[in-house]
Design a protein around this ligand. Structure first.
Ligand code: ATP
Length: 306
């Protein structure tokens, strides 16, 4: 029987507002996501038992940090869908990783979203998107958005989604770090360092952001980028503060740390400007750390069967 192949897009956070800790132990968020054209490929095929194979062309340290057992988020997704539909999760999951690991771009959540869609197709379980999103929320706060894709604001832990209109294409340059940051650790330090500070959440994205997305204006969007976690990320990785300043000095439309970092996202004015920014940033951090992507794109897309 052939395998089902899907591709899963990474995300960048356009506005990440972090409120107080909720009773569920998670911070309340107003979190604006955009899916980017940087993809992991995930394929699933029937097997005697659940198996995970991870291919990663990057540094072996990073590759080693992605589990190849049932703790892999894609495997957890297969197990959850199997339990939900009363079948065995006996599949081989093959993941080709391109999304930086522990990079603040939700690669693990993307793989979980991809595995849900791929297993649903392989097993012909026929769940609709709402049902997949509900299951996805059990796996992680970012999984619902990774299934939905496009541009959206997430409330609650980020899993209660409202799509935002954005028909234009934005061009991004991403600088990955040599090593990742743990999401849990960044939030822990954020709570510790912000102790006593205000944690008021805005009602939603700024009007300026909503307008910029509709108009497709990178300068306007650049001015609206915001991440409440940046001070914490900069305390953990001071070099990222310098990198964002350097990027801004190169004349990008905007620059922001993606999610919990350490990936830094630079918004360019056009595809040509992104290419020029990539060239300039590569001179500083080395070519292999700089990636180009555009957004918004769909979340998980079916590639076909192999
Ligand atoms: P987020 O942006 O959602 O906070 P992230 O992009 O910073 O997450 P991920 O790459 O999703 O981080 O993964 C964080 C950790 O999750 C990894 O270090 C790894 O141990 C574990 N993990 C489990 N499954 C996967 C997977 N399929 N891909 C990557 N990491 C995974």
């Amino acid at each position: 029987m052939p395998s089902v192949v899907v591709k899963a897009a990474a995300k960048v956070n356009l506005q990440l507002n972090v409120g107080s800790l909720g009773s569920d132990g998670y911070h309340q968020l107003v979190n604006v996501f955009q899916s980017l054209s940087l993809y992991d490929d995930v394929s699933v095929a029937p097997a005697e038992r659940l198996r995970v194979v991870v291919h990663n062309n990057r540094a072996s340290e990073e590759a080693a940090s992605v589990p190849n057992d049932s703790s892999n988020l894609a495997a957890r997704a297969a197990i959850l869908l199997a339990a939900h539909t009363g079948r065995s999760p006996a599949v081989e999951i093959v993941i080709h990783k391109r999304i930086p690991v522990a990079g603040g771009m939700a690669g693990g959540s993307a793989d979980a979203a991809a595995a849900l869609v791929a297993c649903d197709a392989l097993w012909k379980t026929g769940l609709n998107q709402g049902e997949l999103i509900e299951l996805g929320a059990e796996l992680g706060s970012d999984v619902p958005f990774m299934l939905m894709g496009g541009t959206a604001v997430g409330f609650g832990r980020g899993e209660i989604l409202e799509p935002l209109s954005c028909d234009r294409r934005f061009h991004w340059v991403l600088v990955r770090a040599e090593s990742g940051l743990s999401t849990a650790e960044v939030y822990r330090q954020h709570s510790r360092w912000r102790a006593g500070g205000s944690a008021e959440l805005p009602p939603g994205p700024t009007d300026g952001l909503v307008r910029a997305l509709i108009r497709g204006d990178p300068k306007e969007l650049g001015a609206e980028l915001k991440n409440d976690l940046e001070p914490t990320v900069f305390r953990l990785r001071p070099e990222l503060d310098r990198l964002l300043h350097l990027g801004k000095g190169l004349g990008v439309a905007g620059a922001v740390v993606s999610g919990t970092g350490p990936t830094c996202a630079f918004l360019a004015d056009s595809a040509a400007h992104a290419e020029e920014t990539r060239r300039l940033l590569s001179k500083v951090v080395g070519e292999r750390r700089v990636l180009i992507a555009h957004g918004p794109v769909p979340g998980v897309e079916m590639v076909g069967t192999r």
